[in-house]
Each structure stands twice: as structure tokens, then as C-alpha cells.
Design a binder for this molecule. Sequence first.
Ligand code: AMP
Length: 171
Amino acid sequence: MDVLKNMIRDIPDFPKPGILFKDITPLLANPQGMRLAIQTMAEPFRKMAINHVVGIESRGFMFGPALALELGAGFVPVRKPGKLPFRTNSVSYELEYGVDQLEIHQDAVRHPDRVLIVDDVIATGGTAKATGQLVRELGAELVGFAFLIELSFLKGREKLGNDLVHASLIY
Ligand code: AMP
């Protein structure tokens, strides 16, 4: 996995002081890197009959469609408020300062769909947990979460309880 880690650039103090930002753009630009990233993210879910990969705006959109193709599934976007044109369900979740919201189309997934949620990074896990709530509220089965990067010192995995959490690279 060192080959993937070498394609991720650390940017100190972005977007604000104290954050070490994991910049995935060198990996996105590298065809072998992208292929390896998608393959390692897909691996545990290949035999899990996933119907829909749900990507979280915005960097979940950079891996979600490729992961969906790899798993023979469709892609569903979860977006920031006001971006989706059809009827939506929304969820609010806590940030370090304040609250944020995410939305999904009401007809995007349903029982008995089997859903995999994807994002580039799991940090505190709040964003992923809120997305899990959206998927379950629509009656679909949440099979698990796939991330390229886990920042394990922030313990986001604990916030996701007993759900299956896979990360290709752990820091
Ligand atoms: P969280 O809800 O705390 O797990 O934050 C996850 C979201 O924030 C993901 O969509 C990530 O893309 C982004 N994020 C959080 N921390 C970082 C970081 N250090 N580097 C890059 N992205 C991050």
C-alpha cells in the first residue's frame, strides 16, 4: 500500500490551522493509482451483491462511480442542501463548529437494495454516520462503508457502531 500512500500529499494547515489535509489529487491523476485504489476499496464487497454505491459530496463522487462499475452496481449521490432537483430526504449532523446537512433523493434506494457508502476520508465519522441514516430511512440495507483513507486517531470507526467499515489506507 506504500505505492498508494506515496500518491497522497499531506498539506499542513488546510483548510484551517491544525488540520493535516490528505490531498488525493496526485492519486486521481495516476491511472495505476486510481485502478489500485478502486480495486482495494472494492475487495471486501465483491461477493456482497451490492446494488447501489452511495457517494458523499464531494470527494465521494471521485471514487463512487468507478467503485460502482467495479462492483456491477449503480451510483447514487448524497449532496449538500439544495443541489438535488427531485424530492429529497435530509439529515442534519454535528460539525466541530455548528451543524451541516446532507440530502438524498427519496427514490434513490429502497428495500431490499443492498447499499455501500463511499467517501475518500473517514475522519470523525460524522458525515458517514449521517449518510448511513439517510440510506436506512429509505428502507435499504446498509452493507457497509468503503473509504480510501482512515484517520484512525480520530476514531470515526467507533461512531459507525457494528457496521462494516473498510479503509484501504490507515493512518
Ligand atoms: P468526518 O465527518 O469528520 O469523518 O469528515 C469526513 C469528511 O471530511 C470527508 O468527506 C473528508 O473528505 C473530509 N476530511 C476530513 N478530514 C480530512 C483530512 N484530514 N484530509 C482530507 N479530507 C478530510
